[in-house]
Design a protein around this ligand. Structure first.
Ligand code: T5A
Length: 219
């Protein structure tokens, strides 16, 4: 099991995850690596259907617990149908968001809730048997700047979470930073308030150092 490398990207809205994933994909492909790009919510056929339910519509479309169950159902389908098969074939899987987003958004976004955190942790164990990413890259940027970038894009109708107020997004930023502090061996934090090229270079440098240290060289 898990001969490949599973790398997840996390961060607030518009922090540049999709942009950096594409650049990292090109970087790995130049080295002859076989890479799978994916995202959450979504990534598999069934999970993409659930994505539409989650990201479109008004803020109050779902109550808190229904929302969590939908994210976790989508994650299970994504793991079973796409992530685990690719890892078993020795591929590098790059995912735009994964379970840390559920902890940050559903557990800290609306204000920290200890009971919800415990429930999310139990549900995650149920759907994943404790499986975790090998590495998680957090693109860190002030929420105002990220949301501005995200909203300037044309034709994006998946804005359910972007409509939340600023304190929601500030809670999320702090949540990602504290998750990174708790698990420094899994997380890499990159300053996302730089040019696209500068972020890419910082990311590659930190990633290579970490992969070498973990004995999982990517060259
Ligand atoms: N969610 C998700 C949960 O609540 N719980 C969960 O468990 C999960 C998995 C996903 C939403 O669902 C929530 C979180 C999200 O609200 P999404 O559409 O996938 O929705 O939203 P995001 O992941 O936030 O994706 P975005 O596309 O909005 O942001 P990205 O991918 O971080 O940013 P990117 O690369 O698309 O860039 C945004 C814009 O900025 C430009 C790009 O060209 C683009 O126009 N840009 C830069 N501009 C200047 N300088 C830079 N360095 C730039 N980098 C990119």
């Amino acid at each position: 099991m898990n001969k490949g490398i599973f790398i997840t990207f996390e961060g607030g809205e518009g922090s540049g995850k999709s942009t950096q994933i594409k650049l990292l994909n090109e970087y790995f492909e130049k080295k002859g690596k076989s890479v799978v790009l994916t995202r959450e919510p979504g990534g598999s056929e069934g999970a993409e259907e659930i994505r539409n339910l989650l990201l479109k519509g008004g803020i109050d479309r779902w109550d808190k617990k229904t929302e969590i169950l939908l994210f976790l159902a989508a994650r299970r389908d994504h793991l079973v149908k796409k992530v685990w098969p690719a890892l078993n074939e020795g591929k590098i899987v790059l995912s735009d968001r994964f379970h840390d987003s559920t902890i940050a958004y559903q557990c800290f976004g609306y204000g920290y809730d200890e009971a919800i955190e415990k429930d999310i942790s139990d549900l995650y164990q149920f759907i994943s048997d404790g499986f975790k990413p090998d590495l998680t890259i957090v693109l860190d940027i002030e929420p105002e700047k990220g949301i501005f970038r995200s909203k300037s894009r044309f034709g994006n109708d998946e804005q359910r979470f972007e409509q939340m107020d600023l304190s929601f997004h500030q809670n999320i930023r702090q949540a990602f930073l504290s998750l990174a502090k708790k698990e420094p061996q899994r997380f890499i934090v990159v300053n996302a308030d730089q040019s696209i090229e500068e972020i890419h270079l910082e990311l590659i440098k930190k990633l290579e150092e970490r992969l070498n240290a973990n004995g999982a060289r990517a060259d």
